[in-house]
Design a protein around this ligand. Structure first.
Ligand code: SAH
Length: 331
């Protein structure tokens, strides 16, 4: 699966197959930019600071975030050094059009050391998983052979579950998060991970493939469809905590965005662009509503310091919506 997805991201335009939050509404990246600016203040305003995005796609999220940062936090804008983690040459080229001053890396461990604020939206769901399947009272591991799934005996134990149950092991996402948390705990900073997934462990097959916006079999010709699986947030949180970092959430995306000032931002943009008011509200609604992305998608923050970052329960001194509600620019 890992190789199939690398081939996929390298060769196809993934955005023909699925739509992500920053492509739906500019408000998503703007609020994340405000989040990063506030967190920079909470971390003692390190200068320089690395602003890192993992899996930046078309670069839309970061472009929207930087526009907000330049406006509301010019000190942060001056201190930040932009680093992007991206394996696809094709997407790197697209990112360079919107983010000409970035440095690119293939892996987190290649990013230079220093205090870091990292954003990752729909990145971890693209990493490979293993699936264990309960068959006749025992766990087997699911493999692909000859274009089919085959469930082979294994020495694995995923607890007691009825026949047919599927246990997903997101080791790549877990190890990546542990590495990130260890870095933050040692060098300072914070990370915001947003993805679709579940807050409590579950026995469910969530492997899915999308091609041209439609679900297809995960066994279609490798490299021609986007393969994803839901993210196990409890496993990520536990892995990060083990490294000595502080964990916040997961919070449902809808609640999180509202806590950052989604509504105020919709109103400001709509006031400046009355003819587009309905579109603006519809896009933002899709990000936050329970029937859209508001519930399934979740936000998890990892911080070196014990102060709660914006959007998660707890006190914080400067609310992002008060600093970005004022500009009505649509891009
Ligand atoms: N964050 C973007 C794109 C999400 S798609 C958005 O919200 O629109 C996943 C992104 O992660 C793509 O940019 C893809 O090329 C990148 N990616 C996937 N697997 C990766 C890996 N193992 N290492 C680095 N980047 C990867």
């Amino acid at each position: 699966m890992a190789r199939a997805n690398a081939a996929y991201y390298a060769a196809r335009d993934p955005f023909a197959d699925f739509t992500t939050a920053p492509e739906i509404s500019q408000i998503f990246g703007e609020l994340l930019g405000a989040w990063a600016a506030v967190v920079w203040g909470q971390t003692g305003r390190p200068d320089p600071v690395l602003l890192v995005e993992a899996g930046p796609g078309r670069g839309t999220l970061m472009a929207d975030a930087l526009r907000t940062v330049a406006r509301v936090a010019p000190d942060f804008a001056a201190a930040l050094r932009l680093h992007l983690i991206e394996t696809s040459p094709r997407l790197r080229a697209e990112q360079a059009l919107r983010l000409p001053h970035a440095s690119w890396h293939a892996r987190l461990e290649d990013v230079p050391p220093g205090p870091t604020i990292l954003l990752a939206n729909e990145f971890l769901d693209a990493l490979p998983i293993r699936q264990l399947v309960r068959v006749a009272g025992a766990w087997r591991e699911r493999h692909v052979a000859g274009g089919r799934f085959v469930d082979l005996p294994c020495a694995c134990d995923a607890g007691d579950a009825p026949d047919g149950a599927v246990c997903e092991m997101g080791e790549a996402a877990r190890d990546w998060t542990a590495q990130l948390a260890a870095r933050l705990a040692r060098q300072g900073g914070a990370a915001l991970i947003i993805d679709y997934g579940y807050a409590q462990p579950q026995y469910q097959d969530t492997l899915q493939a999308l091609r041209d916006g439609k679900p297809v079999s995960p066994l279609v010709e490798p490299g021609t469809a986007d393969l994803t699986a839901h993210v196990d947030f409890a496993a990520l949180a536990a892995a990060a905590r083990m490294q000595g970092a502080h964990i916040w959430g997961p919070a449902e995306q809808g609640r999180f965005l509202h806590a950052l000032g989604l509504q105020q931002r919709i109103e400001t943009l709509a006031r400046h662009h009355p003819a587009r008011a309905a579109d603006i509200a519809a896009g933002a609604g899709r990000l936050a509503s329970a029937s859209g992305m508001g519930r399934l998608f979740k936000a998890l923050a990892i911080t070196a310091s014990p102060d709660p970052p914006p959007g998660f329960s707890g006190q914080f001194s400067r609310s992002p919506h008060s600093i970005i509600a004022t500009s009505g620019r649509l891009d």
